[in-house]
Design a protein around this ligand. Structure first.
Ligand SMILES: [Zn+2]
Length: 278
């Protein structure tokens, strides 16, 4: 029952965020603001607090935008914090055609909301920041601004987990990148992988001389934190033919794979929030 509620909410969040009303969520548009309104409402509903009194944290630049930051306080003052990322912007309309961005990245947002609900069910040892950057499709503008001038004490963050595209994979594979930079995270990750209903593969975090796009260390919002030496993991799938096209729709996501991938991410995140390491 609880599992089916989780799955239903996950799919509903993707359906809404990838709907016509959100207009493809391009940075600086009404659609992106509608997405933020929806996300804030969902975060508040599960008990997430705004960081420093507000969810919206605007940043300047070309383009500027608005990052969202929510907060779940932890019980252990000395424990390092977990920071979960999922960008909310996408491409909007290009040549008049809606790019709904269901996989990229309504799926990551729905997973972040599912994680927030699970994390908020009871007090956790670690404090958790729930962050939705804007401007990822504009050169990672939001996460770059966040890492350059963080409105929270970045030195408290022990791990960044980025969720960006989790809802479809022809081979049924969820990738987790970053472990080769931070091997201490391997046991917890392998345990979650062993429990996962989908195939979890570790990698895409070292250069491959035959494939310049193989290394994802700088491919999404974790990049700015990678450059600062903050440990990170990235959960996502390999690109598919509908990537960055009008066909990245709710109808084309693979519900069974997506629910399995999201369950795995939430499993890892809730475990990390309570673990006994620093
Ligand atoms: Zn993305």
């Amino acid at each position: 029952m609880r599992d089916s509620l989780f799955a239903r909410q996950l799919l509903e969040d993707v359906r809404v965020l990838a709907s016509e009303a959100m207009g493809g969520r391009a940075t600086g548009t009404v659609g992106a603001e509608r997405a933020r309104e929806y996300l804030i409402g969902r975060l508040e509903a599960v008990g997430v607090k705004p960081w420093a009194g507000r969810f919206r944290h605007p940043f300047a630049g070309d383009p500027g935008g608005v990052n969202l930051i929510g907060w779940l306080p932890g019980e252990d003052e000395g424990a390092s914090w977990l920071l979960v990322l999922a960008h909310h912007d996408h491409l909007g309309r290009l040549d008049g055609e809606l790019h709904p961005g269901a996989d990229d990245n309504a799926s990551g947002l729905a997973t972040l909301l599912g994680a927030a609900a699970a994390l908020a069910e009871r007090p956790r040892r670690r404090g958790v920041l729930l962050v939705s950057p804007d401007g990822e499709e504009e050169g990672q503008a939001g996460s770059t601004a966040l890492a350059a001038d963080p409105p929270f004490p970045l030195e408290r963050v022990g791990l960044v987990v980025n969720l960006d595209m989790l809802s479809r994979s022809e081979r049924g594979e969820l990738w987790v990148a970053g472990i080769s930079h931070h091997a201490a995270l391997a046991p917890a990750l392998l345990a979650a992988a062993a429990r996962s209903p989908v195939t979890v593969r570790l990698g895409h975090d070292q250069p491959d001389p035959d494939d310049e796009r193989f290394d994802w260390s700088s491919e999404s919002d974790h990049a700015a934190f990678h450059e600062l030496g903050v440990p990170w993991l990235y959960f996502g799938v390999e690109d598919h033919p509908d990537y960055h096209t009008p066909n990245d729709t709710f109808e084309r996501i693979d519900a069974e794979f997506f629910v399995g991938a999201a369950v795995t991410a939430v499993d890892f995140l809730t475990g990390y929030a309570d673990d006994e390491d620093d």
